[in-house]
Design a protein around this ligand. Sequence first.
Ligand code: ASP
Length: 709
Amino acid sequence: MIRTLRLTGMLFLSLLFVAGLTADEGMYPLSDISRLDLRSKGLKIDVSDIYNPEGVSLVDAICQVGGGTGEFVSPDGLILTNHHIAFSGVTTASTPENDYLRNGFTAATRAEEIPANGYICRITESYRDVSKEVLGVVTSAMTPAERSDALQAKMRSLAVEEAAERENISCEVSEMFPGKSYVLFTYRIIRDVRLVYVPPLAVGNYGGEIDNWIWPRHTGDFSFLRAYVAPDGRTAPYAPENVPFKPKRHIKVAPEGVSENDFVFILGYPGRTYRHKSAEYIALYEQVILPYLSGRYDYMIETMEEASEGDRALQLQFANLTKGLANATKNYKGKLQGLRRLGLVDKRRAEEAALQEFIEKTPELNAKFGRTQAELRSVYSEYEQTALQEIIASLLGRNQFIALLSSVMRAVEKGELSGEKVERMQLFIQEQYGLIHRDTEIDYLATLLHDFMQLPESQRPAAVDALTGGERDRTKVYDRVLETFRKSAIASFDGITIVSGWDKEKLDSSTDPFVRLVRELNTLNASIIERRRTRDGELKRLEAEFLDAKMAWQKKEFIPDANSTLRLTYGYIRGYSPADATSYKPQTTLGGLIEKNTGEEPFNAPQQLVELYNTKNYDKSYEDALLEDVPVAMLYNMDTTGGNSGSPVLNARGELVGVNFDRAFEATVNDYQWSEDYSRSIGVDIRYVLFVAKYLGKADFLLDELGVR
Ligand code: ASP
């Protein structure tokens, strides 16, 4: 009782202290960090401890890995990231007999660590503004397409020159504001990444797709990896003799965790946001692109789930793709709900009308920007006409039969297939053909051809009409496609191998309906690329003008949209109200996890976890004093997006209190517009990470390495 009173008093005091402190919209680039007055917001270390171009700082402990972010948490290259970031590595290493995905994976010794195939780590070393050099290649005589090409070419050549002959380094020029500012980043690269500890799926993905993008959350979405380099410190692909990478800096874990309203910040690699785009861009996504993609992804998931029911090997083969599609489709649904609820397109249109009024009032601005918005609108209305055609053509190109046939046809057209290349091509066909799940791929093929048939005739290749017999009905299209498929060269491994033996002339005169489809798709894609070059070049000019006009109007500097470069965001551990009469607290507990547990996937916590909770047979230091339970997940008002997955959540002293892994459903729309009201991101509490590693993973060695035992 006394303890509760004291804690309530402390809570009251801390609430008083933070009153008035709010987070800002902002994924701040490194160049902006020193301009932020983070100490007045709650930071207790010097800003130079976060980023210091002259010395070592927290930034040196952050890496980009597996499409997300990771943080070094030991001097021996140990990386903490999300379970969903390590997912593809674990899935690839799993078989029905050694099902690391389902059961988890623990390497008690370094020798037991296994490669996370395909994983590469990038650490930001330095950056420099190259806007002048990049924009210097543009001349007023250029067509939009030429402008787009010239900018791309300069970005590439600057990166190549900078990286030339430097060991372990790769460089990239990133566009910060389209057509306006460019920064060259230098990255240290690591190519040998291994799995160290991955919790069982029933912890790492607890709640599965039902809970994905949802608060309250009880997912232990974390995993440990390790970065390796050659014994002489150079970057090297996996080799048994490689040694753990020594990061310049690693992050210290704060096992005491955090409480509501505490100041926190994140360093990470947010992927993409679209906050500076115009109303018509958002309208296009709301009305056309997101609904279409979300519908198609749902369908693909359903087909794969049906096809793999009861077949674990096939489930593992599909796991990565289904997870990615499910993640995206729910995100799109969240965005669509958010866009509708906010009425964002209308709001932006009204804002743009006010901007136009402002521009027209000043002759000088009018001369510069008077036509900008009208031209932007016309680019998007043209894009809208063909947006679905572009998407369907691209999805069709990724159908595994079509993709394989195109690779073979490309090689034949180039006359590449002679001598030992024939053998290599046959091996390639064999390998790729073996990966195709025939029924699902035929189904997608028919689905996409059906979608093509819904477009105006002028937008579809004639081969589509030939293949579908001009039918528009889904079942009829499927029957036609299946019938034609059975007679086609792509219906068998032998058939495709025969095509690889043809010469160009034979290929050109082939009447196989799928060979014809690929031929026409190639022509269509070439015209789409052309169209995009022009559009991209126009948008670069117009979006730069649009932003300049907005800056003049609002008299403020903007923060560049996320573009997969290193950013900082800060905020507070904080709940929110997602809907009328609903309010959410910012922390969840093991008790809450058990409450949700039905024993059935995805709410099937390991028995051991249930017992631990029931017997309370664990060290009480893992509990949160206020919650009187083991904390599991936390919510905060920081500004994050995809790519921030795995980012460290750091306290005021720059110590690790959690790992970011998601956003709330209402926050998915923050890719278009951030708001203190609904922008909430979700992390796993470091205390739950340590608790799971210790009691489920029996990974005391990890706690030793983290220095927290
Ligand atoms: N879980 C998210 C993702 O899949 C992270 C986010 O977008 O906030 O990318």
